[in-house]
Design a protein around this ligand. Sequence first.
Ligand code: DGL
Length: 272
Amino acid sequence: MPSRSASATHPVAGIGVFDSGVGGLSVLQALRRAQPQACLHYVADSAFAPYGERHDEEIRDRSRRIVEHLLAQGARLIVVACNTATAAAIDTLRREHPDTPFVGVEPGVRPAIALSRRKRIAVMATEATLRSERFRVLVQREAAGGFAHLQPCPGLAAAIERDDADSPGLQALVTRYAEAVRAADVDVVALGCTHYPFVRDDIARVLGDEFMLLDTADAVASQAARLWRAPATEVDAAWCRLEATGDPQQLRRFAARWLGMAAAIAPAALVL
Ligand code: DGL
């Protein structure tokens, strides 16, 4: 990923992106692929992760603070790179910032149903996403006439955040939830949390060949590209700034390891 200045603090017209932690990096990667020239500013709210096990009011409060920070730094488009924050907060954020375009992330129920031979799908997501009114309406609209097995995965996002990829604790959670999905007699699985693509291969190994896994990162990036209005004064090179409210080194390690982003990108610690 091209990066010019990770430490600039002056406002730069760019795309603001946030998640509870490292999960949104799966969306950041797709955004960079779709828009090599845009400046990207990512906030990992790792001091407050996981969101999926928090109350909606708390998730809204965190989302609000982060969006205000991103806007103050010059963001002109916000990508809520988190299914849980989208479910709990995006309506409020849009109401409070009517002039700012927002793109959210939702489980790909519609593409999953379209791809399923027998119209039987599963959605793996956080408890907060699955209990939300927004998700209930989505399933009712997009899976009508089909079947959707809803698989909450408590602890999985936190383990991805915290553990090494091959840690027994993380692998035990993957196995438990993937086996529950396999038992549900479905053929397409929507990864409804932006952390889960980082264990996609592990989930696929437990499920076996006859299952298809999908996430919505590329669709989100395309939608952001449609809404993005590049600033009149172009910066001379695309730029990516990473910030974490928790341990910035953990975000750096993750970005370097999973995304091949230059290890030189040093995420800043952020207090919000
Ligand atoms: N990555 C987030 C999502 O897409 C949230 C995970 C969490 O913090 O619980 O839902």
